[in-house]
Design a protein around this ligand. Structure first.
Ligand SMILES: [Zn+2]
Length: 319
């Protein structure tokens, strides 16, 4: 991004001070070489502008590159947050109901992989409604999220043990958790490695991690790449993320585990095994557990192609 592109973007975010950008190494494999997948992303409100997304040439991870420093995102977040809270202090009922439903479905699905009772954490929990079925079944539950009004709601209305913090700042007791769920939040955090390191320290041997991320684009990729997603996970990169921190993924799927309210979501579930898994991480990529730049480039080209052609196809089938 050049000076004027950066200025334009900061203006859009209503940030007056100039902030430089930095090119980042791949957050999964630490490779310095990345290549542009798209130059423009959605800035929201039907506006698209320069905000490049790159692909790591070593492992195929897709992430925003370059990046601003943490403060820019915090300032943007605080501004946006104020706008949101002025409109509604309480999270909307439809959102809460959906979260409750998703929690029920997750519990039902995950039951066979977790102990009867234990301790769990929801990273990026919003109002914490996904914890309710676990609580009802005797689990000790906690959660965190940066959106204060949502945390307040869960605390006041359901007496949940929730904390209004950024996931990077969470303080977790070592070796204390049987289950961690990160449902669509790892894309949003500023530093995913800090978050994963903290989760690893807190998980018990054989503890379960559930990662959920948005999956393939549903239409044109110009709407898919956006301001608030710092990175995009797919099957391979979800599994690599798990393995880097000692979890052995045993299920990676686009099957709608938590229902159909988030149409393009995908899941990876793993069991914590520790160093045995961690030490194989780098050689795995070298030995082919990777996607090439072209794999990823054509992945998105394919979704644009499909978005363009799907109407014709539907028309044809209809006849
Ligand atoms: Zn990489």
């Amino acid at each position: 991004m050049n000076y004027s592109q950066i200025k334009k973007f900061l203006n859009y975010l209503k940030i007056k001070k100039y902030h430089p950008v930095n090119y980042k190494k791949c957050e999964i494999c630490n490779c310095k070489k990345t290549k542009e997948i798209t130059l423009k992303s959605s800035w929201g409100n039907n506006k698209w502008g320069v905000l490049p997304v790159h692909c790591c040439v070593n492992c195929g991870f897709i992430f925003q590159n370059p990046r601003f420093d943490k403060h820019v995102y915090q300032e943007y977040y605080n501004n946006a947050y104020r706008n949101i809270t002025l409109e509604s202090i309480k999270p909307p009922k439809t959102f809460l109901d959906d979260q409750k439903k998703r929690g029920e479905l997750l519990f039902k699905f995950i039951k066979k992989y977790i102990p009867k009772k234990g301790s769990m954490l929801d990273v990026g929990c919003s109002a914490g409604m996904m914890l309710l079925p676990f609580l009802r079944n005797g689990w000790k539950c906690s959660g965190n999220d940066p959106v204060e009004s949502h945390i307040e709601y869960g605390r006041n209305k359901y007496q949940l043990s929730l904390e209004a913090i950024q996931a990077e700042d969470m303080v977790l007791k070592k070796n204390s958790l049987d289950l961690i769920i990160i449902m669509g939040s790892l894309e949003h955090v500023y530093d995913m490695n800090i978050v994963m390191e903290k989760c690893e320290k807190a998980i018990k041997k054989n503890g379960i991690l559930v990662l959920e991320a948005r999956g393939n684009p549903l239409g044109y990729t110009k709407n898919y790449f956006n301001l608030s997603h710092h990175r995009y996970f797919y099957e391979n990169t979800m599994q690599l993320t798990m393995r880097k921190y000692g979890w052995e993924p045993f299920l990676t799927t686009t099957y709608p585990i938590t229902g159909d309210s988030r149409e393009n979501t995908q899941f990876c579930i793993g069991k914590y095994k520790g160093n045995n898994i961690k030490k194989t991480f780098k050689s795995l990529i070298k030995n082919g557990k990777r996607e090439t730049y072209l794999d990823m480039f054509y992945k998105f080209k394919y979704f644009n192609y499909r978005a363009k052609n799907i109407k014709h196809l539907i028309a044809k089938i209809g006849k």
